[in-house]
Design a binder for this molecule. Structure first.
Ligand SMILES: O=C(O)CCC(=O)C(=O)O
Length: 285
């Protein structure tokens, strides 16, 4: 049985043409969208929701991720990023610059986006949440959670990950710092497809490689809530999102969102942080 790392290394480096023909020791990618099952016997509590977001909803959510979630009061990696020469301090709206197609340094700022955190902010070091570090959880995310997560779920935090097909994706990790681990984590994919690895409770367990496409959602809950997982590969894909009447985006917005999604993947994951009616321990304030 290969370890998480061995499978990850394989999918990080395999040429796209050989994606579906791995060596016998490596599990092939599973395309659950062509399977009649949306669950995995190996992972109780995991479910796959193919095409959970139709194209208009994908465009609206992607626009929100770029124009609204990637700026204050939410926190992003851009906050700590030194500005490039020529990147004016007043160039505060990377989305407007990206939309304009400008090639100035300021316009490239949006391309340097790798994460945003909303609701209770996920703090990377030390990993965790604090009562005082928060911004509003956008109503769009709350309503998506209400329609896609069965059972009790209070959406309190979201992380948005912005990937490119060239950069290093996301290593295997566990979502283990929420103060309740009963509700699942809802995860939504937009843009380029990816090979997602769903591991076990130990990194010695072989992960299941799953193909995730734009519009797919997953729920990681139950006995699988603490399983290792990560993104081994973001795949280039020339297939554009189909026409999406009804998304209600302004023309300039729709063109720019499509331009971004043609070369990047966005993942939005939504979490409950506190037990229902609970609060942070004193030192969390
Ligand atoms: O990008 C993904 O599909 C997974 C993201 C993830 O695992 C995380 O943010 O913890």
């Amino acid at each position: 049985m290969p370890t998480y790392k061995e499978v990850q290394t394989h999918y990080r480096t395999v040429p796209p043409a050989l994606l579906f023909s791995p060596p016998p020791s490596i599990p092939p990618p599973l395309d659950l969208s062509t399977s009649s099952s949306t669950t995995l016997p190996s992972h109780p509590g995991f479910s796959f929701l193919p095409n959970a977001l139709p194209p208009p909803a994908q465009l609206s959510l992607a626009r929100a991720c770029l124009a609204e979630y990637a700026r204050p009061p939410h926190a992003t990696n851009l906050d700590a990023l030194p500005r490039e020469p020529g990147e004016a301090r007043e160039a505060l709206d990377p989305w407007e610059l990206y939309k304009s197609g400008a090639t100035a340094a300021g316009a490239r700022r949006l391309e340097r986006l790798s994460w945003a955190t909303l609701g209770y902010h996920f703090l990377w070091s030390p990993r965790g949440y604090r009562a005082a570090a928060r911004s509003p959880l956008p109503p769009l995310l709350a309503s998506l959670a209400a329609s896609l997560v069965p059972g009790p779920f209070v959406p309190e935090a979201a992380i948005v990950n912005y990937y490119s097909a060239k950069g290093l994706p996301m290593g295997g990790h566990r979502d283990d710092v929420e103060l309740t681990l009963l509700p699942p984590v809802l995860s939504l994919s937009l843009g380029l497809p990816a090979v997602f690895l769903l591991g076990g409770l130990s990194k010695d367990d072989a992960p299941v490689p799953l193909l995730l496409r734009s519009g797919d959602a997953t729920l990681l809950g139950g006995d699988s809530r603490l399983c290792y997982h990560g993104v081994a590969r973001v795949l280039p894909d020339a297939t554009p999102l189909p026409p999406a009447p009804g998304a209600g985006l302004e023309e300039g917005d729709e063109e720019a969102v499509r331009r971004f999604l043609a070369v990047r993947r966005i993942n939005v994951n939504v979490r409950q942080v506190l037990p229902e009616g609970g609060s942070f321990p004193d030192d969390g304030a």
